[in-house]
Design a protein around this ligand. Structure first.
Ligand SMILES: [Zn+2]
Length: 370
């Protein structure tokens, strides 16, 4: 069996699939990925430049596209100025013009998720799959600023490719998934299935929609029409589309003992630790002003002195930021361990660069006083 269908998961905080009717100053998005947008994404993965795309478009446009709107997302506008400092002239009162910038608006879909099925020649499907596993240029969701938040080829337990009689059966084969356990399940989801005549002379179904989104070139944008059939598919066990396991299973971290920092027992251990460290930050040897828990297992008064390390404020904040970034639970970073060294140094440098001068001055003063 040779796969004739490639599945993509297009999901991210923002997507924008420019539609043909958009003027320069107001750029709208279609409700779902367009064919030119998906073909553009495939060209990026293949490393086909805008200029070279003409040669590949005949072959790529021959693929048929099905889109399932798993989550439609929310429409949102961005505001942008273009042309400031380029001697552009904008309208002023009474028919006059003045130098300025043009205001443009761009529309996005926030938090949408689409399943895309691409159906066609198995050899081409194979090469597209390989290109997406190792893309030449990073693919994006309609605009360069729109990065995907999940792998384009789906999770490891999703098919990626397959052999199907038609687009609809391909689209129906992939279960609909919640992102998190608490997400509601929709009764139906919309699908947009590209229509083409199965036999010469087949008549166009009366409900077919015309989408002007078949790119003829990317260097001089020009689009031709295709026909799209909209279907509503029911979601749930035994329905058109089955239910998969939620994408994320939130297992709550083990409860962390409430650290009672006013507790006298803790205050005593904190001081013992600072004394043991000679009042110095164990990482950078400047004045130690805080104490770090390297484990919260006994926090709040029951901790041993060995559960603590003295740190300066900067090293403490750097370590804490790394811990949050890693989503650490009870056991935290021991800043004395060599394996954390480079990361702590890098995070400290990053924090110093981004902190305002005022904050830095305040921090240095505080440490000098101690
Ligand atoms: Zn330090």
């Amino acid at each position: 069996m040779r796969a004739n269908t490639l599945f993509l998961r297009l999901e991210g905080p923002l997507q924008s699939w420019g539609d043909q009717g958009s003027k320069f100053v107001i750029r709208r998005t279609a409700e779902a990925p367009t064919k030119s947008g998906v073909v553009g994404l495939l060209c990026a993965a293949l490393g086909v430049s805008r200029a070279d795309a003409r040669r590949r478009l005949v072959e790529l446009n021959a693929l048929r596209l099905g889109v399932r709107i798993d989550r439609p997302g929310v429409r949102w506008w961005d505001y942008q100025t273009v042309g400031a400092g380029m001697q552009m002239r904008i309208a002023e009162a009474e028919g006059k013009t003045k130098p300025g910038a043009m205001l443009t608006r761009r529309e996005y879909l926030c938090d949408a998720s689409f399943l895309v099925a691409i159906h066609g020649d198995p050899t081409l499907i194979d090469s597209l799959h390989a290109a997406l596993l190792d893309p030449t240029w990073p693919p994006y969701l309609g605009r360069k600023s729109c990065a995907a938040s999940v792998p384009l080829l789906g999770r490891n337990d999703e098919p990626g490719t397959g052999e199907f009689a038609d687009l609809e059966s391909a689209i129906r084969s992939v279960p609909w998934r919640k992102r998190a356990r608490e997400d509601p399940v929709p009764d139906v989801v919309d699908c947009l299935l590209e229509w083409s005549a199965a036999l010469p002379g087949d008549s166009v179904p009366p409900e077919a929609e015309v989408w002007y989104d078949v790119a003829q070139s990317f260097d001089v944008p020009g689009h031709q029409a295709r026909l799209v059939i909209r279907r509503q598919l029911t979601v749930g066990d035994g329905k058109d589309i089955g239910l998969g396991t939620p994408r994320q299973n939130h297992t709550p971290p083990p409860p962390r003992p409430r650290a009672d920092y006013a507790n006298t027992e803790y205050r005593r251990k904190r001081q013992t630790r600072l004394d043991a460290d000679r009042g110095l930050c164990v990482f950078c040897k400047s004045a130690g002003t805080t104490v770090q828990h390297i484990t919260y297992r006994r926090a709040g008064g029951g901790e041993s002195v060995d559960d603590l390390r003295s740190l300066c404020r900067l090293c403490h904040d750097a370590v804490t930021m790394i811990e949050y970034g890693l989503g650490m639970d009870l056991d935290r970073i021991n800043p004395e361990e060599a394996k954390w060294r480079d990361r702590i140094i890098a995070k400290r440098d990053e924090m110093i660069r981004f902190r305002s001068l005022e904050t830095r001055r305040r921090r240095l003063n505080a440490e000098e006083v101690e």
